[in-house]
Design a protein. Structure first.
Length: 86
């Protein structure tokens, strides 16, 4: 499997634009740390928080916070892309 390196980002940004589709990928150590923290927090919520409603609401809040962080810290913003067309 061939993994492409993300596009370089300007200082102050943690995520690079995806080459295909919409969204971002971690491009710096801070971006990877934020992604790891999100995954660990979500896993902890699912494992240790009692009650389905509490799990669902907390997971939804974590996902929303992570998406906002990714959106604000992506160099170039989010829009539909297909390869190197933009």
């Amino acid at each position: 499997m061939h993994l492409m390196k993300p596009r370089p980002v300007r200082p102050g940004y943690w995520f690079a634009q995806k080459r295909f589709g919409i969204g971002a990928v971690p491009a710096t150590k801070a971006g990877w740390a934020a992604t790891l923290a999100f995954v660990l927090a979500l896993g902890g919520v699912m494992k240790w928080l009692p009650g389905k409603s509490a799990k669902d609401l907390t997971a939804l809040a974590l996902i929303a916070c992570y998406l906002v962080l990714c959106w604000k810290m992506t160099d170039g913003g989010w829009r539909w892309r297909w390869g190197d067309d933009g």
